[in-house]
Ligand binder design. Structure first.
Ligand SMILES: [Ca+2]
Ligand SMILES: [Ca+2]
Length: 339
């Protein structure tokens, strides 16, 4: 989503301490170098559009030399609305990524979610604090939307496979300017996503904002997840319980979540169905549907680009795998510690 995140087309807007560097870089032919001075040094780029309800991964390769503290070099994200600047993300903690001292090229990541609901785009700042000392280099900066569902906010229309009852509602919605609305009828009403490629060994969080009005029971409005293999449909996830998320009666907009794990090993795709049961009475609205992979892996390399450690976080369980190689580059030890 970031144009020129590798500085191959030149610098972003920047203060005087920044320059394009060709001898020290992580990828391609150039990086952005910044030399400390008595003034704060900044370089920024605008990224849009942003869906405030999606989850993003910010990643950057940074190298530092002789910075006097551990946090003098940072990346900050500013949330911007229709009427201009709003606030730093996250609230009260401007340094989303921070490093310093003397460090070889390392990949730094941060997860961005729960943006201010009025956020339309963000500005990403590379920064070196005033009087931080030393030099830093930035390269290969990326921002990736981690929502596996396209158009989960219905801003670009409905999903497919309508049974006829669903429509866009441009007056009742959770965010943006539209939601998917449905009134109960004599038959089940369904819309579904496209096939979403997944890895059956990964863990995902499904989330949806749902509002209900006058539904006659507590589970008439639901979300179902179908596991799909190479040869087509296989089975509902999870086994024997088609309604992964269920609600009903009269409820204001609420966020519902479910964890999807231990998929059938032959699963290649998921297809997510929004559903209102037959003869339920009432109305329901869906908005901001997301499917986020919960596993995150951070790879750290030494100066010879040999893997040193992999940090993984799966469902909040943190672990680190350490690799040791002999002088010929053969793996001699691999050790995983639960953090
Ligand atoms: Ca580059
Ligand atoms: Ca919406």
């Amino acid at each position: 989503m970031i144009d020129n995140g590798g500085f191959e087309q030149g610098l972003w807007w920047a203060t005087d301490g920044f320059s394009l560097e060709v001898n020290t870089r992580h990828g391609g032919l150039a990086s952005a170098q910044v030399i400390s001075s008595e003034l704060e040094q900044l370089s920024t780029i605008t990224v849009n559009p942003i869906n405030a309800h999606d989850t993003y991964e910010l990643a950057a390769w940074i190298k530092t030399s002789n910075v006097t503290n551990a946090t003098g070099v940072s990346i900050n994200v500013l949330q911007v609305g229709d009427n201009g600047f709003m606030m730093w993300y996250p609230n009260g903690q401007a340094k989303l990524i921070a490093t310093g001292e003397t460090q070889e090229w390392g990949r730094h990541t941060a997860t961005i979610s729960n943006l201010h609901p009025n956020t339309k785009y963000v500005k990403i700042y590379m920064r070196m604090d005033a009087n931080a000392g030393g030099t830093a280099w930035f390269d290969d900066i990326s921002l990736t939307n981690r929502n596996e569902i396209k158009n989960g906010g219905f801003e670009n229309g409905l999903m497919h496979e309508e049974t006829g009852g669903f429509g866009l509602d441009r007056s009742t919605y959770h965010s943006g300017m539209a939601s998917a609305a449905v009134a109960s009828t004599g038959t089940d009403q369904l819309i579904a996503t496209d096939l979403i490629p997944v890895n059956p060994y990964d863990t995902y969080e499904l989330a949806a904002w749902i509002k209900t009005s006058n539904v006659t029971n507590a589970t008439g409005v639901s979300i179902n997840v179908l596991q799909v293999g190479d040869n087509g449909f296989m089975m509902w996830y999870p086994n024997g319980q088609a309604k992964l998320i269920a609600t009903g009666e009269t409820q204001e907009w609420g966020r519902h979540t479910a964890i999807i794990t231990n998929l059938h090993p032959n699963t290649k795709y998921l297809k997510i169905y929004l559903r209102m049961d037959a003869n339920m009475g009432g109305n329901s609205w869906f908005d901001d549907i997301s499917l986020i992979k919960k596993n995150t892996f951070t790879y750290n390399y030494d100066q010879n680009s040999t893997i040193k450690t992999i940090n993984s976080s799966i469902e909040g369980m943190e672990s680190q795998t350490q690799y040791n190689f002999d002088k010929n580059g053969n793996l001699i030890k691999k050790k995983t510690n639960r953090k």
